[in-house]
Ligand binder design. Structure first.
Ligand code: F6P
Length: 319
């Protein structure tokens, strides 16, 4: 049987396991032998892999993290690293590689295509920052985790009449922060895409208090800068009590939501369908509710747009 490698790389995201399960089981149903590469691209550099059977992927649809393990692998950015990876792929006699991960994994996938390796990329990241898909694997789970956490923080904020700055992950983007803000009813969001006027923001916070608001929560994207400095400035400008809570890595882990699992399953199947049909070097995605795919070449250097209309909507609704 033809062999296909499967790899999870970059930051882990809930639902990666559900995607691996779908790729492996659908791949086997099409007659392929599936080989799991361990610890991300390090597995290709250090010969760390194993054949995956139908039973290898039992009991993982509901687990966070990635059972294949993962890693950030700077060597994928070097020619020597790529040569080594390609050598392993040839030695293993892999017909191609299914790569599950974020933008670093997409870049690595793109680089591999230049060496003639056939790849299909599946977008997985809690940041939802990949052009070519409306949603990434893990995003809905991280969103729900953050919203649940802010619901709890709201109790303290209200009881103490405090302002809270809650720091949300998302690398240099505010996509996760925007959706968290809408869903948790945050009064403001602070994102790198739309820098606030600090004086105006402080005035709005004060006015909110005057309108009878007991708590005010600012969802703060990590990409904006230092949340402690930001909170200090707000405290100075408003004279109000401000606290910071950094949600941190709880956003990366945990049981994937049903929505994440379904997306991961569909992406996994689509990736193998594409491969089987000879449509390589593509990124799987979802666009307006439909499973889609696009050439990696066409998505690799493009930036997803921040939704300014929703940013404004948040303010209208949280007044
Ligand atoms: O890409 C996911 C993410 O959690 C980002 O939100 C964050 O900026 C980054 O990974 C942290 O990466 P690491 O865990 O490798 O330091």
């Amino acid at each position: 049987a033809k062999k296909i490698g499967i790899i999870t790389s970059g930051g882990d995201a809930p639902g990666m396991n559900a995607a691996v399960r779908a790729v492996v089981r659908y791949g086997i149903s099409l007659g392929y032998q599936m080989v799991g590469i361990r610890r991300g691209f390090k597995g290709l550099l250090e010969d760390d892999f194993a054949t995956l059977t139908l039973r290898s992927v039992s009991g993982i649809i509901n687990t966070g993290g990635t059972f294949l393990h993962t890693g950030r692998c700077p060597e994928t950015k070097t020619k020597a690293g790529m040569n080594r990876a390609v050598r392993t792929i040839k030695e293993l006699d892999l017909s191609g590689l299914i790569i599950i991960g974020g933008d670093g994994s997409l870049a690595a996938g793109n680089a591999l295509t230049k060496f003639g390796v056939k790849v299909v990329n599946i977008p997985a990241s809690i940041d939802n920052d990949i052009y070519g898909t409306d949603e990434t694997i893990g995003y809905d789970t991280a969103l729900n985790t953050a919203v649940e956490a802010i619901d709890k923080i709201r109790d303290t904020a209200t009881s103490h009449d405090r302002i809270f700055v809650v720091e949300i992950m998302g690398r240099e983007h505010g996509f996760l922060t925007l959706d968290v803000g809408i869903a948790a009813g945050c009064e403001f969001i602070v994102v790198p895409e739309m820098k606030p006027n600090m004086k105006k923001l402080a005035l709005e916070l004060t006015k909110g208090k005057e309108r009878g608001k007991t708590s005010e929560i600012i969802a703060f994207a990590e990409g904006y800068g230092c949340s402690d400095d930001f909170a200090d400035e707000i405290a100075k400008l408003t004279g109000l009590e401000v606290r910071v809570s950094n949600l941190g890595y709880i956003q990366r882990g945990g049981r994937p939501t049903a929505r994440t699992r379904i997306l991961a399953s569909k992406f996994g199947v689509e990736a193998m369908k594409l491969f089987h049909a000879g449509k390589y070097n593509r990124l799987v995605g979802i666009t307006n509710g439909k499973i889609t795919s696009a050439p990696i070449q066409s998505v690799i250097k493009r930036e997803k747009k921040f939704n300014e209309a929703e940013f404004k909507l948040l303010r209208t609704l949280s007044v």
